[in-house]
Design a protein around this ligand. Structure first.
Ligand SMILES: Cc1cc2nc3c(=O)[nH]c(=O)nc-3n(C[C@H](O)[C@H](O)[C@H](O)COP(=O)(O)OP(=O)(O)OC[C@H]3O[C@@H](n4cnc5c(N)ncnc54)[C@H](O)[C@@H]3O)c2cc1C
Length: 598
């Protein structure tokens, strides 16, 4: 049978839209008439009549991984009027919902912020593209969907950094509350939460060979790396619905909540600053189309705009480092030297291999018939390469005997190309069958910053992650490259390898490998820490996520993590949103009790 690319694309997109649309229609029928009037542009019309125009109890800025959780939980008991404000639009592209199709969005400015970093001094002077989600669901609508809670020891280390109440044991109830994971130990895993989690198992020949090679190399095979036993090698878990579609925080948390009459959702609305009355946050100023709008909070403004834009919003509001604010002509409302500092990300470098069999995404995307077959597999069974965004299996390990925690993660990706954004032939996907083993340094030592460079909210901030400034990070990646090369020499994987294509066998000495690392290291998109929690001089929020020295103002998103949770960062951010919502609700319940008693 001869099928062209265009024909296979049309069949897949049509069928996926039909299936997804069906799901949506069923959900819509369950929603109230009010909710059906959700416009996605401006205020939800359901709320126009019921909410006293622009006055709310809580205003949540940013509908990302954390923001959607807050919108749901804070509006759940019906007592509080909540406004959720999102700069992007609705998550109505099929490219968001069919996991593999997200490759079509990573450079689409309708759905992503195209942040560029400063030239990286320790990466041969190259700047980096950092795509972030600009849509309901935020980055959870465009991310790789890999579901990892991380290393218990990393959370436990946070208490020594002044974050009491954030140990693994403290986080566990929230990790459980957020998820539905059918298998796994019910003591450790959630069974009825908003985010559905699927476990890949015997996914394909390549991943099976990778895990067999891990066993041959002496790594322990771990059944469920999310139950507290992190180290070892495993098939990955994905945050996808039982039918295989993306389960973002917008899907899991916002959809069920958006019919509530006490929740307003403003999309396509950019928050430009927090309105202050002395040291108290009383609302926000926003821009929608060419109009300036204000919204006021009776209780709190909660900034959940993500690790790049939460510090930006604080600085635009006069909260931050005095020299940064003065340089752009903003009056200092509250000096807080840690805003925008302490930022980190997992540095990521990769080895690529030509594969001896046509079993990779390279083959699927370049052969219309394979694409059609995979499309039909997804449509009928919700499985196959379209049900994943990127990786299929990982190895969590230590770079050397001196490490008291795992500090390296290797990830198998069944495609190969010139860099991390090369996921389609037109972006540099290799024309031959190929796979990648990515390496991330899980506990990076380098720290960077994010600061505004203009008082104009439309101007991107200055972003310098300072990758590999600390030599230990490059040394960790070097150990990772050596570990990958050992793995592909194991009999199970060796038979699938034609040759190493990047960096290639000629790169052997320590210096050559380090040069390759500095030439090719990129983001893992796991940026955190720019409004860190703690009580030292660079801490921005306390353990209750309140901005130090301010009232009625919290930051609740991945920017508050003091270090990168030693994992992919979406699940930790959603769990943080859950715990943050509990903290906020308890604080206001306690106030109500105290007031009543008085
Ligand atoms: C391409 C990519 C792949 C990734 N892959 C994975 C993965 O496979 N697994 C994993 O665990 N993690 C992954 N991550 C990381 C993970 O998705 C993020 O760490 C997490 O989503 C961060 O959540 P957040 O709530 O802090 O910010 P975000 O989810 O980014 O949310 C911030 C929201 O605020 C909005 N906003 C910003 N400024 C304003 C403003 N001024 N006014 C109004 N709204 C505003 C944004 O548009 C956005 O919707 C990936 C990230 C990316 C970008």
């Amino acid at each position: 049978m001869h099928v062209t690319h265009a024909e296979s694309d049309i069949v897949i997109i049509f069928a996926a839209r039909f299936l997804y649309g069906e799901g949506c229609r069923r959900r819509r029928r369950r929603m109230t008439a009010d909710a059906r009037a959700f416009t996605g542009r401006g205020m939800t019309s359901s709320n126009k009549n019921t909410i006293d125009q622009n006055r709310f109890d809580f205003i949540v800025v940013g509908a990302g991984s954390a923001g959607c959780v807050l919108a749901n939980r804070l509006s759940a008991n019906g007592e509080h009027r909540v406004l959720l404000i999102e700069a992007g639009g609705r998550d109505n592209s099929i490219n968001i919902h069919v996991p593999l199709m997200v490759v079509n969005l990573l450079k689409d400015e309708k759905y992503t912020w195209p942040f560029m970093t400063e030239k990286q001094v320790h990466l041969n002077g190259k700047e980096q593209l950092w795509a972030r989600g600009k849509v309901l669901g935020g980055s959870s609508s465009i991310n790789g969907n890999v579901y990892v809670r991380g290393d218990p020891a990393e959370y436990d280390s946070w208490s020594s950094l002044g974050c009491s109440g954030w140990s693994w044991e403290d986080m566990l109830p929230y990790f459980k509350r957020m998820e539905t994971f059918a298998s796994g130990d019910p003591v450790k895993r959630g069974k009825s939460g908003p985010i559905n989690v699927n476990q890949l198992k015997n996914f394909d020949k390549l991943a099976d060979a990778y895990l067999d090679a891990n066993r041959e190399a002496g790594f322990e095979l771990v059944d469920d790396y999310n139950d507290g036993h992190y180290e070892g090698s495993s098939y990955l878990q994905y945050s996808t619905t039982p039918r295989g579609f993306r389960c973002s925080s917008a899907v899991g948390y916002l959809r069920p909540a958006r019919g509530r009459s006490n929740l307003a959702i403003w999309t396509n609305t950019l928050v430009t600053k927090i309105l202050l009355d002395g040291k108290r946050a009383i609302g926000v100023e926003c821009r929608r189309d060419d109009k300036t709008i204000q919204a006021f909070s009776r209780k709190e403004v909660i900034v959940s705009a993500g690790p790049i834009q939460s510090p930006k919003i604080l600085e635009l509001s006069g909260i931050g480092r005095a020299d940064v604010l003065k340089a752009v002509g903003i009056d200092v409302a509250h000096e807080l030297p840690g805003v925008g500092e302490n930022m980190s990300d997992h540095p990521n470098c990769r080895l690529t291999f030509e594969c001896s069999q046509p079993i990779t995404i390279n083959d699927v995307l370049q052969r219309p018939l394979s694409k059609l077959k995979e499309g039909l597999r997804f449509i009928f069974f919700g499985k196959g390469l379209l049900s994943i965004c990127s990786a299929t299996a990982h190895t969590v390990m230590r770079s050397g005997p001196g490490q008291n925690q795992p500090d390296l993660k290797l990830q198998l990706q069944p495609f190969s190309g010139k860099d991390r954004y090369a996921r389609r032939p037109k972006d540099g996907l290799d024309p031959h069958s190929g796979f990648t083993i990515g390496i991330m340094a899980l506990r990076p030592h380098s720290r960077g910053y994010i600061h505004i460079k203009s008082a104009d909210p439309a101007v991107q901030p200055r972003i310098d992650p300072n990758y590999l400034a600390d030599e230990r990070d490059a040394a960790t990646l070097l150990a990772g490259i050596r570990a990958v090369r050992r793995l592909v020499e194991m009999p199970s994987l060796k038979k699938l390898v034609v040759r190493e294509t990047r960096p290639g066998p000629e790169v052997q000495t320590e210096q050559q490998i380090l040069d390759y690392i500095r030439l090719t290291t990129q983001t893992t998109w796991h940026v955190v820490g720019s409004c860190k929690m703690g009580n030292d001089e660079l801490a921005v929020v306390d353990s209750d996520l309140l901005v130090h020295g301010m009232e009625g103002l919290r930051v609740i998103d991945s920017s508050v993590f003091p270090t990168v949770p030693s994992s992919n960062t979406n699940a930790p951010t959603i769990a943080l949103g859950e715990k943050g919502a509990d903290i906020v609700l308890k604080a206001w319940n306690n106030r109500a009790v105290t007031t009543a008693a008085a």
